[in-house]
Design a protein around this ligand. Structure first.
Ligand code: PLP
Length: 457
């Protein structure tokens, strides 16, 4: 019989698959190591068994004991699988930004799950690091797995992920890219690959908001801020992150992670999650700078099934501003054309204040461009006229003294997406074509146009 004696025996040995579309515009080839094909569904299955067996050997985990861990989900599943096979109980602590699927998956394997607030500092007693530490201290027979400081974590990758990649590529690997959370994957795999060939470049993908990028490039600890992609980036330095095996840290945005994750699923059939999207986004940046064919190996940490209610839910993506609203992609000409009234009213600098007030009232508008022939002198707004009068200005004076320059000029061919930055600075937008003023746009025109591109909920 070609069988395994327990599920933990089939951890690892995951396939390495070529990406055929993503990166095909570059001289490099990007390869995806399908860690979601592990029995627990993620790269973390590798460390679950290593951590448990090392703890048993060291005598810190005894029969009937309880494994406690601060985990965003995947490590929990890896540990829970090992615990099921070996008969331990589990308590997992996770931050509340994690997807429902992850919380439910951990409860499904019989673990107790404690959810803690995301936006508190690691040293805050409510943080998931502190809560998990406290539970470990208070539970008899508890073993705190501590993936952030347990060297069994990188060791698992040194003994499995690294050798697998070296063998699968027959040593022809140029760059290894992985999302870095605890740093276990990048440090352990990186160390192994560098021992085999010091020229292999080891690159960590880091989400904007995490401290790794700044720390690596400046040596400074900056303040972390929250981001939406799950499972990687940190707000402190775990001792499992060994920068001496890392050659570069590349920053990726939430949007890049989600866009590449969706592309992996839809264009490559690689059913993976957001951190894999981040690794591939970083790999593409490297591939685009390559001047020769490179083999770039990336890690597909976990499965798309854990993100169905987030990355793969169009409503969630839209609410968080990641799905392009078609209207933002339309042009200023489309916006002008979609308005019910497009009569352009202008005045010249000799217009009297009282006449300008009359024109604003007659047309029901609150601002008006001032033209000297075809030349735009500026705009006059209701507010400017009011200030002028309040300060005792003469109603028979010309508008000259009221003209202001808080405007931006765009062309009809420009994208509507460009306008937001002007309106958020309270500028009025003037549309010019071949040196001629053809329209004026206000915030409400923009909001009206863009909101019609959003599916009502
Ligand atoms: C989805 C996902 N991606 C990436 C990582 C990062 O891996 P590592 O902790 O080995 O750096 C994790 C870690 O939990 C993860 O859950």
């Amino acid at each position: 019989m070609r069988v395994a004696q327990s599920v933990t025996e089939v951890v690892g040995g995951t396939p390495l698959v070529k990406l055929n579309r993503i990166g095909s515009h570059t001289p490099a080839t990007i390869w995806a190591k399908l860690e979601y094909m592990n029995p627990g569904g993620s790269v973390k299955d590798r460390i679950g068994m290593q951590i448990v067996e090392d703890a048993e050997r060291e005598g810190v985990l005894k029969p009937g004991g309880t494994i406690v861990e601060a985990t965003s989900g995947n490590t929990g599943l890896g540990l829970a699988m090992a615990a099921a096979v070996k008969g331990y109980k589990c308590v997992f602590v996770m931050p509340d930004k994690m997807s429902d699927e992850k919380i439910k998956a951990l409860r499904a394997v019989g673990a107790r799950v404690v959810v803690t607030p995301t936006n508190v500092a690691p040293e805050d007693p409510r943080s998931y690091y502190c809560v998990s530490r406290r539970i470990a201290d208070e539970t008899p027979g508890a073993f705190y797995a501590n993936q952030y400081h347990n060297q069994s974590n990188p060791k698992a990758h040194y003994h499995s992920t690294g050798p697998e990649i070296w063998e699968q590529t027959e040593g022809k690997i140029d760059v290894f890219v992985s999302a870095a959370g605890t740093g276990g994957t990048i440090s352990g795999t990186g160390r192994y690959l560098k021992e085999k060939n010091p020229d292999v470049r080891i690159v960590a993908a880091d989400p904007i908001g995490s401290i790794y990028y700044d720390y690596f490039h400046t040596g400074k600890m900056t303040e972390a801020h929250s981001y939406l992609v799950e499972g990687f980036g940190e707000d402190f330095l775990p001792s499992t992150m060994h920068f001496d095996h890392v050659d570069d840290v590349i920053r990726v945005t939430d949007k890049e992670c989600f866009d590449f994750c969706r592309r992996l699923v839809r264009e490559e059939g690689i059913l993976t999650g957001g951190s894999a999207g981040g690794a591939v986004a970083a790999a593409v940046k490297i591939a685009e700078r390559a001047d020769r064919p490179l083999n770039i190996v990336t890690i597909m940490c976990d499965s798309y099934a854990r993100y169905l209610s987030k990355i793969f839910d169009d409503e969630w993506m839209k609410e968080n501003g990641f799905l392009q609203n078609d209207r933002l992609d339309s042009t200023v000409a489309d916006l002008l054309g979609s308005r019910s009234s497009d009569a352009l009213v202008t005045i010249d600098p000799d217009t009297l204040i009282q006449d300008a007030v009359g024109i604003l009232r007659q047309h029901g508008i609150s601002q008006i461009p001032v033209l000297d022939g075809a030349e735009v002198k500026g705009i006059v707004t209701e507010g400017d006229l009011l200030n002028w009068l309040v300060q005792g200005g003469d109603i028979d004076a010309t508008v000259e003294g009221c003209i202001e320059n808080r405007f931006a000029i765009v062309e009809p061919v420009n994208k509507v997406s460009m306008l937001g930055q002007f309106f958020s600075r309270d500028l009025t937008v003037l549309v010019m074509e071949s040196g001629r003023l053809v329209g004026i746009l206000t915030k409400i025109d923009y909001i009206d146009h863009v909101s019609r591109g959003v599916t009502p909920r």
